[in-house]
Design a protein around this ligand. Structure first.
Ligand SMILES: [Fe+2]
Length: 244
C-alpha cells in the first residue's frame, strides 16, 4: 500500500493489482480534525490496511462514502467498525448483496454533504451499477467511481456493464464528458489530471459501448474496439456483457 497526500487533509491509499488480477484499488481519505471519511472500502484486505493506518495516525474512521455497492467496493465494510456512517446512493439496495453491520444513509443529490473543509456534492451516474454516483469534492476533484477504470499503470480497462444498463452507462459518460472536468479520481487506476486525458478516456469508453449497443451486442471484440485509440485490459468483460 502506498499512501500519498494529494491535498490538504486529503489522502490517497493506492494498491497495485495483485498478480492475476485485472485491477488494483484507490481508496481516498478526507480528514476533519481527528475524524476520517474514506471513499469506498475495497475488499477486506484493503479496508483493514487503510483502517490500521488511520488508527496508527491517532485518527478515527467515522464515515465511508461509497461510489457504488459492488463487492470490490463494499466487502471491506465487514472489516470496519459497526458504528461508522456509510453513505451512498439512494439506489444502493439494487446492488448491495453483502450482509453488512452498518446502516446505509442515502446521500442527497440536492443538498450534498459537508465534512470539515470538504463540500461534497453528488450526481447519479447509473450504468456500471444502478447505484453509481459521481462525487464532487470542493469543485476541484470529481470521483467517478468505476465509470472509468484503468490498471495501476494507467492502461485502460474495458467498461464493466450489464447489457440492459448499456444505455445508462453511455448517458452517464456523456454527462461526465459535458462536465468538462480537469481532475478526475478513479477507484481503479491513477487520477486523470487534465481535460485532454479525461476526454480521451471517456471517448474511448463511449466508442466501445456505442458499437456494442448499435450492433445489439452482435459485434466481435475487435469490431467493438475498432474506433478506440487505446488498448484495453479486461476483454472478458465483453464476453460477459454479450451473455447478459
Ligand atoms: Fe470496482
Amino acid at each position: 500500500m502506498i499512501v500519498d497526500q494529494i491535498g490538504n487533509n486529503f489522502l490517497n491509499f493506492r494498491f497495485p493489482e495483485k498478480e492475476g488480477f485485472t485491477y488494483g484499488f484507490n481508496l481516498y481519505a478526507l480528514v476533519n480534525n481527528t475524524d476520517v471519511m474514506i471513499i469506498d472500502a475495497g475488499f477486506r484486505t484493503q479496508a483493514k490496511m487503510v483502517y490500521n493506518d488511520i488508527v496508527s495516525k491517532g485518527l478515527k474512521l467515522t464515515h465511508v462514502l461509497m461510489t457504488h455497492f459492488h463487492p470490490d467496493h463494499v466487502n471491506g465494510l465487514v472489516a470496519l467498525p459497526e458504528d461508522i456512517t456509510v453513505l451512498g446512493s439512494p439506489e444502493y439496495h439494487k446492488t448491495l448483496r453483502k450482509r453488512i453491520a452498518q446502516t446505509v444513509t442515502p446521500v442527497s443529490f440536492s443538498k450534498g454533504f459537508k465534512f470539515g473543509e470538504f463540500d461534497l456534492s453528488f450526481t447519479a451516474a447509473p450504468g456500471h451499477s444502478p447505484c453509481s454516483i459521481l462525487i464532487d469534492i470542493n469543485g476541484q476533484h470529481l470521483h467517478v467511481g468505476d465509470n472509468i477504470m484503468s490498471r495501476y499503470d494507467g492502461k485502460a480497462i474495458l467498461p464493466w456493464v450489464e447489457y440492459h444498463e448499456l444505455a445508462n452507462h453511455i448517458a452517464s459518460l456523456e454527462m461526465l464528458k459535458a462536465m468538462n472536468r480537469d481532475r478526475v479520481l478513479l477507484a481503479h487506476g491513477p487520477a486523470l489530471l487534465n481535460s485532454r486525458d479525461i476526454n480521451k478516456a471517456i471517448e474511448n469508453r463511449l466508442s466501445y459501448l456505442r458499437t456494442v449497443i448499435k450492433t445489439s451486442g452482435k459485434c466481435t471484440y475487435e469490431e467493438a474496439i475498432s474506433e478506440c485509440s487505446c488498448e484495453y485490459e479486461g476483454e472478458e468483460f465483453f464476453e460477459q456483457l454479450k451473455r447478459d
